[in-house]
Design a protein around this ligand. Structure first.
Ligand code: SF4
Ligand code: SF4
Length: 167
């Protein structure tokens, strides 16, 4: 009984310290305030500016967690190709396989941060226009995989939008 009381008192002391001195906290004060005021910003899972709207991520997603939504104002990315839609991830259906990220042509063909990432899209180093001017560096197997996934109009954009060099 005495041992039990000792353990309980020790635990209480430790927790009281935490309560009153805010020691050992895993959450920062800034995040705590955001949680208490319901103002935690949602993760940015799609970067619309970098996306070319090809729907490759939508096609590859095994759980159908991605919906392509029409853009209010379509954007002409290069002459003859206009982006009309961008993906949205339903994180309740997502299993975080990251296929959408890995098969996104911006990432898999150009080697840049993909405009889609279930855990946070991150900050790309280049603009889409700069990415599209880069030569494609992907092994032929990957190019063939993409050819099957991406509509032919979008595929010709990524294979001819830069230097036209597929090697
Ligand atoms: S990470 Fe999520 S959204 Fe992306 S392909 Fe996998 S299940 Fe789909
Ligand atoms: S695969 Fe990449 S470029 Fe294509 S729609 Fe998805 S996020 Fe956009």
């Amino acid at each position: 009984m005495i041992t039990f009381l000792r353990i309980m008192l020790q635990g209480t002391y430790r927790n009281l310290l935490r309560v009153f001195t805010k020691a050992d906290r895993a959450t920062s004060i800034a995040m705590r305030k955001k949680i208490l005021t319901l103002s935690v910003p949602p993760l940015e899972t799609v970067l619309d500016e970098m996306c070319i709207g090809c729907a490759g991520c939508y096609n590859i997603c095994p759980t159908r967690a991605i919906t392509m939504v029409p853009l209010e104002k379509p954007v002409e990315i290069v002459e003859g190709y206009t982006k009309t839609q961008v993906p949205r991830i339903d994180l309740l259906r997502c299993v975080f396989c990251l296929n959408c990220h890995d098969f996104c042509p911006i990432y898999s063909v150009f080697g840049e941060a993909a405009p889609i990432h279930a855990r946070d899209v991150g900050t790309p180093k280049m603009t889409l226009q700069e990415v599209l001017k880069k030569p494609i560096r992907a092994p032929p197997e990957k190019i063939d995989e993409l050819r099957k996934l991406i509509p032919s109009s979008s595929f010709s954009l990524i294979t001819n939008g830069g230097t036209g060099n597929e090697s």
